[in-house]
Design a protein around this ligand. Sequence first.
Ligand code: SF4
Ligand code: SF4
Length: 132
Amino acid sequence: MTHIITSLCLRDGGCVEVCPVECIVPGIPQGDWPWYYIDPETCIDCGACIPECPYGAIFPEDEVPDAYKAKGGEFISKLGQSGHYEGTNHHGQPVVLDCVRQLVKDEIVDLTPDIPENGRYFSEGPGYNAKD
Ligand code: SF4
Ligand code: SF4
């Protein structure tokens, strides 16, 4: 198994430093605020990254919800979304994203498409069209 970073990730990189096997890697866009992926070949399913994420974006692969019920106000980050997000990362540096959408309370979102997206990053390489 592996763990999966879902589209609830706001790409602040906070989980990267806690992974004991360094299997959380930045993808594209290269540079500021990339999407992050977890290498399924290396992840030891220790769960250390889960509490590190301020947005609850990381799940064990077999627990990624197909009907995530929004608390209201959280964001999903995917290509094709047109909202704007400004926050800070774990170092207090700005994170600015344009491909986000804010969820409304009790909205149901299927996060399972993020499972194959994670696999595609490693099988097809970093050049593929991420989170499309
Ligand atoms: S579960 Fe553990 S090994 Fe896997 S990505 Fe998270 S911190 Fe790394
Ligand atoms: S800590 Fe959460 S929001 Fe930050 S990069 Fe990791 S999964 Fe994304």
